[in-house]
Structure formats: structure tokens, C-alpha cells
Design a protein around this ligand. Structure first.
Ligand code: NAP
Length: 838
């Protein structure tokens, strides 16, 4: 006999403690001993939520316990604990249930069925069946909706789970998707050879098993198939089974034989015998590492049975503007597409970013789709810069108008995407266990969608309300009468602070880097102005497509220092009063490449801050001085600087007084602790690469994208990656993306990708990917262009500098939207130059 060390040590401990053999005790004493053994084990994972309930059964009610995992559940598992139908209860099994919930991502419902000898066969069977029916009929009340139903149990509980499957089949009961049988008792005759092996008499001995059977059912009734499922006439048409046994267990033969019979009857079966293990090991997950392995194996096999693989032409990840348009385009090409979206609705950025004041900062007439003339003519924007609710409505309108939702799976986050070189397909797996194979994978995951976990010490200490601008609650937040801290002063904070200040009693803004922002001059959109644009939309859109930023305004070709100081001032004033994002930067050609030119415009903005903010120290603290204007994303605002003149708003300059820690009640800096009712983190995103790298993407040879991009992202045209065939990134790193009107860039990328997929179909190509050299050349080109600008001088998210440990490099293509479009078109026209297609 060779048990593993942990199990050996557990048995030795029990021997030293002189744990009595259960068969020498009364049932009450045996129950107490069993409870003692379980109490000595560590509890299960705390993050599992627990709720007890009453389950109606014949003649009364029994206890149930609902254990919900911390992540999205993939199934609901009705669990029948072990203990020979005589001992054990759901408290003894709490840790087991919690481990199962987390490992199997299942809502585990533990059933405290009544025990023998007080309640012999068939009472436990009837209780368990009543519980199963109760779960199935209470789906919406229990919030388990259409999750597949699994019955599971260990030892005598495994017996009950097997019996439930038979009973449900024979009585047309609940539809069971899977039975998980952990070293099940299956045959009351106790005749299997393993009962005769001396070295298998561990924890459960032949005498103890006889003690259990004798209390449960007399020698005749125990032969009833609902007591001994091995004696069932036919095992055909039973649910798929996962059967697990332990090498040194008297029940090993019963479990294995039952698995073989199920298989022979046509039932899909996963079977594994756990070497070096004894009976009961599965129920000791905190003490025995093998139990963790067994649960992981169970989870894997459950996935395999519950989620057969589907086949599509293309999987698109994300249902923001890019994912929606990509779906529409590919459908038009006759392709079968599956979109996965983590949110509960379309909209992407505009679904998640619901913080007060969230609105677009490119004019809505320009920040809108052009692919459908009907759409652009019929849609009416109410403001120059539309607020988030209207942008979300626009996204919803597109989804409805083009009937997109039927191919989008909402509330479904993609966990992994692995390229299968044998079939030239991507195997995409969701966190809920759905698996889809597809020739092409389009990552339409956005560039600012991975909200950064704030890297501030003590964050978890805080007991008040906490919000993140990028993950704002759907129901909104009422700050009335509250003391609110806002950490961060980027675009999100610049929009949110003025509105939070109008509502809250007191607002303290914690600023690490002062921001440059200019007036947005937002206003209701004049219908006549909109009509003029609509009448000339074709021309307007053509301009956008060739413009450097994807807008219609043009950059001056003049150099800043070539004009007089008065003329510079006049132009800067015009920029300040333009009310558009590039209004200042377009005044001269060299503002983002010449330091002297940039110093001039930066000083102009600093003067406007000094003019606006009344308190001298606050004005001084709000002056951005350590990076050139435009090298961090500039903002446009409504009353940002003015807000600091309010009585209820103050500024903490973290350069002078850094945050020491977040406390239970607030924030402590060198100047002491301030208490808050709410902390708003406007601390930004793991931009560009974050949304891609949080999915486990693996290309040829199983190479992980995280490894391929260890030194920073590499991608040809920001669309495709060497070693990752048929994978396309919409507005990916090293494309213009964040330096442009995103809607223009999204349309261009989606059109290009769709054309490429169509070309592959026409040419009969199974795979396409860029060559290493084309990717290298593009990397050098994009870096060279970035180095000609002032961008690398700032610690910005454009440079990856906002995420500790992220490689420092410029993440976008600065050559302009129009130039980039031409390059992409030329690549395609030259038979996808730089790509290898096979
Ligand atoms: P952001 O620009 O990255 O700003 C994050 C802010 O949080 C910065 O002020 C940053 O300071 C601060 N911060 C981060 N970690 C911190 C820490 N540990 N301690 C103190 N301060 C910390 O993020 P964002 O405001 O969410 O905007 C991101 C991008 O989204 C924008 O640049 C823009 O492209 C887009 N956006 C657009 C709109 C729009 O269209 N209207 C609105 C919102 C956002 P440092 O600068 O010192 O790192």
C-alpha cells in the first residue's frame, strides 16, 4: 500500500487521536465523531456566498444550503453528502460545498436529507428527489434560471445521486444534465472483490459499510434498484456521468463497475481512479491536495460534458461599436458569426462608463457611423457632444435596426482563445464554459475597456462606498449630502468632478498630474446645422476618412515661431474658443513636435487656468508643468477649472502630499486623514493591450500572447500578429486608434478585416498571418514616427506608463488616419503584402 504523504499523515493523526471505529458506536455517537473530524478541518473559500433555505418534503421540511461561487456560475449542482445515509450533514460538508462551488463554478445546493436509522430507505431517496424537484421548479426564485442541472454526491451521496438520475429518467422528472458520482456506493450485496483487500480497509472498512447498510435497508429492501443502482435493469438513457474512485477504497470496484456499465449502456462517461488515495479523500479539500486535484478534474470533465463545442465562421469578442459593425459586415458576407460580450447590453465604452458627465469629446455628427446612409440620416443627436445615455441609445438603435442581438451572447466573458494548428481554427472558451471553434477570431475588445485596478495602498481597507468611473453602477449614484474623494484628474475625472461637486456636500480632488483641458462649449444641437451636415454627409465623411484625426477640421501648415507673438496669441485664443478637442493643436503644424512651440501653447493654457481659478495655491497646483501639451490625452470640459472656485471643492496635490494609505474611513496623506462617504477612482485603464492580454490567447505552438508581447505589443498595422493566424484586432496597438475619431478608425478596420476574410474565402486560404519581418518593419516605422514627436516625453497611458511594470513604448500610430488608410489599402491591393496566406 502506498498512500500519498498528506493522506498518510492524516490517517496517522486520526490513529494518534484514537478516533473510534464508527461501527462500534451508536448512530448519534458516530455523527458526533464525524462532526468532530470535519470541525478540525479549515473552512472553505470565504468568497462563496452562503444562504440556508427550507426545502419542503413529505411530512415537513429539510434544510438546504445554497452556495454561490464568486464568479459567473456555469451550472447548478444539487449535492448529496456522504456518510452512509446515517451520519453527516450540510454543516459537516460546508467546506466541501464551498470548494466545489469555486472549483466547478457551480451554484451548489446542499441537501440535508433525513438519515437512517430514524429515517431508513426510502426516506433519504424521497427527500433527495423532493429537493431535486424543488430546485428545478424554483429556478427563477433561486436565481439559477436556465443553468444545467447536475446531481452529485460522494459515497452514500454518490449512491443517492445515481439513484436520482434513474428516478428522474423513469418518472420523467427534472432534466439532469450530468451526474457526478464520487466513490459511489452502488451495490447492497457488498460482494465486490475490493471488499476483501486488506489494504483498502482505510477510513471506510467492510464492517463500517455493513453498519451503514444495516441501518439504511434490510437485506431484502437494499436490493431495490433505488437502494442499489447497480441492480437497475437498464442504465440506458441516463445523463452523462463523471465517476471518480480512490485506489485504496473498498468501494473502488463498485464505482468502476458502475462506470463500465453506464458506458456499455451508451451513457457518456468520464472515469478516473485516483491513485494513492483512500475513501473520503474528496471531502477533505483543505487538508489533502489530492482532493483539490480531484475537484479540478471533476470541473474539467463537467465542462466537457456540459459544453459541447459549437462551430462558427468567425468569433467576435466585444459588442461595442466595433463588434457590432463587424458582426453586421460579416453577416452581409454570408458568414456565421458569434459575438461574445461581457456586458448585459451592446455599447462597450458607453455601456460601462456611466459616471456623471460622461460624454463624447468628438462632435457627435462626426463620432457616428457612416456605413449606412439611412442610419446617419435618421439618427438625431441632441447635443454637440452627446451624453453617455444617448450614445448608449444610439448603440441599442444600431443593434435593433440591424437585428444584431440574436448573434450576441451577453453577460459572457471570453476566458481563452487557443489556435488549433491541426484544424486551423480558434477554440474560444467563455468563462461560463461555452466553447466555439471558428476559423477567424476578431478581438473587438476596445482600447480603454480594461479599467485599471487602482494601485494605491490600503485600498481594501476602506469601508465606505467605492466607485470606478470605468465600471460605474447601472443604477447611478446619488452623492447628495455626501463627502466625496475623487482620485485622478484625467478625462473621466474632468467630466465627473463638476457634476459630483454640484451634488455632494464636500468634494476633495486628489491630483497626481495636473491636466490640460480647454472649454468644450457644448450646446444643444441646432437642427438646421445638423441638416446641413446631413445634406452633405458624403463629402463630410470623405474628409474625415483622409483627415489626420478622422475629423473634418484641418491642421494649419504654419510653424508656431514663424508668426508674431500677437498672431500666436490670436491663434491660441481662437483654439481656446473653438470648443473642439484638436482646436488648439491644429492652430500650427509643429505644436506636437517642437518643444518651443509647445511651450508657447502650454503657457497660454496655464495663463487661462491662472485667470480662472481664484485661490492662488489651487491655481498653482492645477498648472500642468511636467509634460508638453497634447502628449497626454488633452481634455475638453464644462466648468472644470471653475469648479475649484466652489466652497465645497478642494484640491490635494499628491506631488506635495502623496497618499500614504487608504484607511477604513478615508484617505491619509502626510497632512493627516480625511474621512469620506465615498471614494471615486478615476484612475484610468490598462490601455490598448489590457483588453487583449486579459484573455488567455495562444497562437501557434501554444505561444501565449502575454509572452509574445512580454517586451511590448508587436503587430503588423495594428491589425494582425505574427504567430497568431486569423486573429484580427480592431483598432489594436500600433494603429491610429486612440489618436483618432474612434468611429472612423473602427469602420476602416472592420472594412479592411472583412475584405481580408472575403479574399481568403475567394482564394481558398485557410490561414493568414503577417510575416515576422513585416511586423518588425511596422514596429520600426511606428516607433520612428513617434520619436519625431514630443509624445515620448510624457508618462502617459499612450506610453504604457500608467501601469506599473508595463513596457514603455508608444502604443499608437501617429502618422494620421488618412495616411494609415492608404497604407492598409495598398497592402491589400498588393495581395496582402507582408502577410503569409496558406
Ligand atoms: P486617465 O486619463 O488615465 O487618468 C487617470 C488619472 O488617474 C490620472 O490623473 C492619473 O494620474 C490618476 N492616477 C492613476 N493612478 C493613480 C494613483 N495610484 N494615485 C493617484 N492618481 C492616480 O484615465 P481616464 O480619465 O479614465 O481617461 C482615459 C482615456 O479615456 C482618456 O485619455 C480618453 O482617451 C478616454 N476618455 C474619453 C472621454 C471622452 O471621450 N469624453 C472621457 C473619458 C475618458 P497620472 O496622470 O499621474 O498617471
Amino acid at each position: 500500500m502506498h498512500l500519498d504523504l498528506a493522506t498518510t499523515s492524516m490517517l496517522a493523526g486520526m490513529a494518534l487521536n484514537e478516533t473510534p471505529a464508527l461501527n462500534t458506536l451508536t448512530p448519534e455517537e458516530a455523527r458526533l465523531v464525524f462532526t468532530e473530524i470535519n470541525r478540525s478541518m479549515p473552512p472553505g473559500p470565504e468568497q462563496v456566498s452562503s444562504e440556508d433555505c427550507q426545502i419542503p418534503v413529505e411530512g415537513g421540511a429539510i434544510r438546504g444550503r445554497i452556495l454561490r461561487p464568486s464568479m459567473t456560475a456555469k451550472s447548478v449542482m444539487v449535492y448529496y453528502h456522504g456518510g452512509g445515509w446515517v451520519i453527516g450533514n450540510i454543516d459537516d460538508y460546508d467546506a466541501v460545498g464551498r470548494h466545489l462551488a469555486e472549483t466547478c463554478q457551480a451554484i451548489v445546493i446542499m441537501v440535508d436529507y433525513r438519515k437512517a436509522p430514524e429515517h431508513p430507505f426510502p426516506v433519504p431517496v424521497n427527500d433527495c428527489y423532493a429537493a431535486l424537484n424543488w430546485v428545478d421548479t424554483q429556478r427563477s426564485k433561486l436565481r439559477i434560471h436556465d443553468l444545467p442541472l447536475v446531481v452529485a454526491g460522494d459515497s452514500a451521496g454518490g449512491n443517492l445521486a445515481a439513484v436520482m438520475s434513474i428516478k428522474a429518467r423513469d418518472e420523467s422528472g427534472p432534466e439532469i444534465a450530468l451526474q457526478a458520482l464520487i466513490y459511489p456506493v452502488t451495490d447492497g450485496r457488498m460482494g465486490a472483490e475490493s471488499f476483501t483487500h486488506e489494504d483498502k480497509q482505510l477510513f471506510l472498512t467492510t464492517e463500517i459499510m455493513a453498519f451503514f447498510w444495516d441501518h439504511y435497508a434490510d437485506s431484502k429492501t437494499r436490493l431495490d434498484p433505488l437502494a442499489s443502482p447497480a441492480l437497475t435493469a437498464s442504465l440506458a438513457d441516463l445523463p452523462p456521468a463523471v465517476v471518480l474512485t480512490a485506489e485504496f477504497d473498498i468501494l473502488v470496484d463498485e464505482g468502476r463497475t458502475f462506470a463500465e456499465h453506464l458506458k456499455a449502456s451508451g451513457v457518456p462517461v468520464s472515469y478516473r481512479d485516483f491513485a494513492q488515495q483512500m475513501h473520503g479523500f474528496f471531502a477533505m479539500p483543505a487538508a489533502l491536495p489530492a482532493a483539490g486535484k480531484a475537484m479540478a478534474w471533476l470541473a474539467q470533465e463537467m465542462d466537457r460534458h456540459l459544453n459541447p463545442t459549437e462551430r462558427k465562421d468567425v468569433v467576435v469578442v466585444g459588442a461595442g461599436f466595433s463588434g457590432m459593425y463587424q458582426l453586421h459586415k460579416l453577416r452581409e458576407q454570408g458568414l456565421n458569426v458569434q459575438v461574445f460580450e461581457a456586458g448585459s447590453d451592446v455599447g462597450g465604452t458607453w455601456y460601462w462608463n456611466r459616471y456623471p458627465g460622461a460624454r463624447v469629446d468628438i462632435e457627435s455628427m462626426a463620432y457616428s457611423f457612416s456605413f449606412s446612409d439611412e442610419l446617419q440620416q435618421e439618427w438625431e443627436w441632441s447635443e454637440k457632444y452627446s451624453p453617455q445615455p444617448e450614445l448608449l441609445k444610439y448603440a441599442q438603435h444600431i443593434a435593433d435596426r440591424f437585428d444584431l442581438k440574436s448573434d450576441i451572447a451577453f453577460d459572457t466573458r471570453v476566458a481563452s482563445a487557443h489556435f488549433d494548428e491541426d484544424t486551423n481554427e480558434w477554440l474560444v472558451t467563455t468563462e461560463c464554459g461555452r466553447r466555439v471553434r471558428a476559423q477567424h477570431l476578431v478581438m473587438a475588445t476596445g482600447v480603454l475597456s480594461a479599467s485599471k485596478t487602482p494601485d494605491i495602498s490600503g485600498r481594501d481597507n476602506y469601508r465606505g462606498e467605492t466607485y470606478r468611473t470605468g465600471l460605474w453602477p447601472k443604477e447611478g449614484v446619488d452623492f447628495t449630502g455626501k463627502r466625496v474623494a475623487v482620485i485622478g484628474t484625467g478625462s473621466s475625472a474632468v467630466q465627473a468632478i463638476p457634476l459630483i461637486a454640484e451634488e455632494a456636500d464636500d468634494v476633495v480632488v486628489y491630483q497626481r498630474t495636473a491636466t490640460f483641458t480647454t472649454p468644450a462649449l457644448n450646446h444643444a444641437l441646432n437642427k438646421d446645422d445638423a441638416s446641413v451636415i446631413k445634406a452633405n454627409y458624403a463629402e463630410y465623411r470623405a474628409k474625415q476618412r483622409l483627415n489626420v484625426l478622422g475629423v473634418v477640421d484641418e491642421r494649419s501648415l504654419e510653424r508656431t515661431m514663424d508668426v508674431s507673438a500677437q498672431e500666436r496669441d490670436r491663434r491660441f485664443k481662437a483654439g481656446w474658443e473653438s470648443g473642439i478637442l484638436p482646436g488648439m493643436l491644429f492652430q500650427f503644424a509643429d505644436l506636437q513636435v517642437e518643444q518651443e512651440a509647445n511651450d508657447a501653447i502650454s503657457e497660454y493654457i496655464r495663463d487661462r487656468i491662472r485667470d480662472t481659478v481664484k485661490d492662488e495655491q489651487t491655481a498653482q497646483d492645477l498648472l500642468p508643468t511636467d509634460y508638453p501639451y497634447g502628449t497626454k490625452r488633452p481634455c475638453i470640459d464644462t466648468n472644470y477649472y471653475e469648479t475649484f472656485n466652489r466652497e465645497n471643492v478642494s484640491l490635494v496635490n499628491l506631488r506635495r502630499t502623496p497618499i500614504e494609505t487608504i484607511t477604513q474611513k478615508g484617505i491619509r496623506t502626510a497632512e493627516g486623514e480625511r474621512e469620506f462617504d465615498a471614494i471615486v477612482y478615476a484612475t484610468g485603464f490598462d490601455a490598448m493591450t489590457g483588453p487583449l492580454l486579459r484573455v488567455d490567447i495562444r497562437g501557434r505552438g501554444g505561444v501565449k500572447l502575454t509572452d509574445a508581447w512580454n517586451d511590448g505589443p508587436r503587430s503588423y498595422l495594428g491589425i494582425a500578429i505574427h504567430g497568431f493566424p486569423n486573429l484580427f484586432t480592431i483598432t489594436g496597438p500600433s494603429s491610429p486608434s486612440v489618436l483618432s475619431n474612434m468611429l472612423v478608425s473602427i469602420e476602416q478596420h472592420v472594412d479592411w478585416v472583412s475584405d481580408c476574410i472575403q479574399w481568403m474565402k475567394t482564394e481558398g486560404k485557410a490561414t493568414i498571418e503577417p510575416s515576422d519581418s513585416a511586423e518588425q518593419e511596422w514596429a520600426e516605422h511606428t516607433e520612428q514616427l513617434a520619436n519625431m514627436t514630443l509624445y515620448p516625453k510624457a508618462n502617459s497611458w499612450y506610453m504604457g506608463a500608467n501601469v506599473p511594470g508595463k513596457p514603455r513604448m508608444f502604443l499608437a500610430y501617429v502618422g494620421g488616419v488618412g495616411t494609415y488608410r492608404m497604407i492598409c489599402d495598398q497592402v491589400a491591393a498588393a495581395g496582402y503584402r507582408g502577410f503569409q496566406a496558406a
